[in-house]
Ligand binder design. Structure first.
Ligand SMILES: [Zn+2]
Ligand SMILES: [Zn+2]
Length: 158
């Protein structure tokens, strides 16, 4: 649970929720453009490649009725945790301990998001049924470079 008290001037940039609505959130700050991740962990977690935006921790307020549950691979202490709704199973969040940002599954955002997809990452880990053609996006065989991965930015024109 991440919480913060907001002043009157701070606008809600985005809202989102899980399928059943038990876990919902607001973002009161910038969102990163969307990355599509083809890594094996995201594939298993989301059922296919996943699309995520990201926001600064301090800008995200989560309401979860106690149902937001975090999963981390037990043998890999420094790896990120993945947050899901224990009632409906929706995958919502990805949190790396060393970062001051949280990734948010783009599918949970209430449209219109005002965001665009900018890159595919971990394309080397895509399964054989995934089509990764020349789609105009930046492709990275492994992780995104820091300037793309670490910094939430509003997309141009937003
Ligand atoms: Zn739910
Ligand atoms: Zn991934």
């Amino acid at each position: 649970m991440i919480s913060k008290t907001y002043g009157p001037g701070e606008q809600v940039r985005a809202r989102g929720r899980c399928l059943c609505g038990a876990v919902s959130y607001e973002v009161r700050g910038p969102l990163r453009p969307i990355l599509i991740c083809h890594c094996a962990d995201c594939r298993r977690w989301h059922g296919y490649a996943c699309a995520t935006t990201a926001a600064y921790d301090k800008d995200v307020v989560i309401s979860d009725s106690g149902l937001l549950t975090w999963y981390k691979k037990p043998s890999r202490e420094k790896l990120p945790s993945r947050g899901f709704c224990a009632q409906c199973g929706s995958s919502l969040f990805w949190k790396a301990p060393e970062r001051d940002t949280i990734s948010i599954a783009a599918g949970t955002l209430k449209p219109p998001s005002g965001l665009r997809v900018v890159a595919r990452i971990f394309t080397a880990d895509a399964s054989d049924y995934e089509v990764i053609g020349d789609d105009g996006l930046a492709h990275f065989e492994h992780g995104a470079p820091p300037e793309i991965a670490a910094l939430p930015l509003e997309p141009p024109g937003a």
